[in-house]
Design a protein around this ligand. Structure first.
Ligand code: SF4
Length: 118
C-alpha cells in the first residue's frame, strides 16, 4: 500500500488529501470536502492534467496572452508550449479566438485571453 498526500487545487479551501494506492491504483481518498477533491486526487496520482497559460507572439511580434481551453496531460505541457511559441496569430485578436486548434495533439485548443490589436 502506498500513501500520497496532496493539497486539492479545486478551490481556495485547499483541502489536505490522502490517497491510498495499491499497485498504482487509487483505492481510497480522504480529506476531501466535496467530490471535486476525490476526482482531482484520483486523476493527479494516475494521469495528472493542467491548464497551460502562456504568451504567443503575433506575426508582428506583439504579445498575445493565451491559455488552453481545458486541461492537458502534464506530460504534454512542453509540447503545448512549443505549439504556442510556433503560432503567429494575425492581429487583431479577440478574447476567446483560437490560436492553436489542437495543442500537441491533445484535442484541446489554445485561446486568447485578451483582446489584442496593433
Ligand atoms: S475537496 Fe472540494 S472543498 Fe476541498 S479544496 Fe477541493 S474542491 Fe475545494
Amino acid at each position: 500500500m502506498e500513501t500520497v498526500k496532496l493539497i486539492c487545487i479545486g478551490c481556495p479551501m485547499g483541502c489536505d488529501l490522502t490517497v491510498e494506492l495499491e499497485g498504482g491504483v487509487p483505492v481510497s481518498v480522504t480529506g476531501n470536502t466535496c467530490p471535486i477533491g476525490k476526482k482531482y486526487a484520483e486523476e493527479e496520482v494516475t494521469a495528472p492534467k493542467r491548464t497551460v497559460t502562456s504568451t504567443a507572439l503575433s506575426e508582428d511580434g506583439v504579445p498575445v496572452p493565451v491559455k488552453t481551453a481545458g486541461t492537458v496531460p502534464k506530460k504534454a505541457i512542453f509540447d503545448v508550449v512549443g505549439d504556442i511559441k510556433a503560432a503567429r496569430p494575425s492581429l487583431p485578436v479577440k478574447i476567446g479566438d483560437v490560436i492553436v486548434p489542437d495543442a500537441a495533439n491533445t484535442g484541446v485548443p489554445v485561446v486568447a485571453t485578451k483582446d489584442v490589436s496593433r
